[in-house]
Design a protein. Structure first.
Length: 126
């Protein structure tokens, strides 16, 4: 029982730290220099009266934007996409929206108000 409580405590602290200290590293070239004209930001944005999180990354501000929408409620996608979308970021901007009920936006709204219509309204506002 003590081991389970210890593991639970470690998990809670790890989740809390990931929420407080989340960042997105700059886009760099092979020498480690920041690519001119690139953008790498993780921002809290107001959507329909709530604060939600969006990650925006791209090598060139003139490239088109690809907005990734989570397919599952409560799924945090920022870590997954940070490592798996590197090739896309050469030709596109990738923007990952942590929708209400997921990841850094988990507590953005009352869970009872999460409806498909709410997601669509928030998406249009974004």
């Amino acid at each position: 029982m003590g081991i389970m409580l210890g593991m639970l405590a470690v998990a809670i602290v790890a989740v809390w730290l990931s929420q407080v200290y989340a960042t997105t590293p700059p886009i760099t070239d092979a020498q480690g220099n920041v690519v001119p004209g690139s953008v790498a930001t993780l921002e809290k944005v107001p959507l329909n009266g709530s604060e939600q999180w969006v990650s925006i990354r791209g090598r060139d501000v003139n490239n088109p934007v690809l907005l990734f929408l989570a397919g599952v409620r409560a799924a945090a996608n920022l870590p997954l996409l940070a490592t798996n979308w590197r090739r896309w970021k050469i030709t596109l901007w990738s923007s990952t929206w942590e929708q209400p009920g997921a990841g850094k936006s988990f507590d953005a709204v009352d869970q009872a108000t999460l409806t498909p219509e709410r997601y669509v309204e928030d998406g249009h506002e974004l």
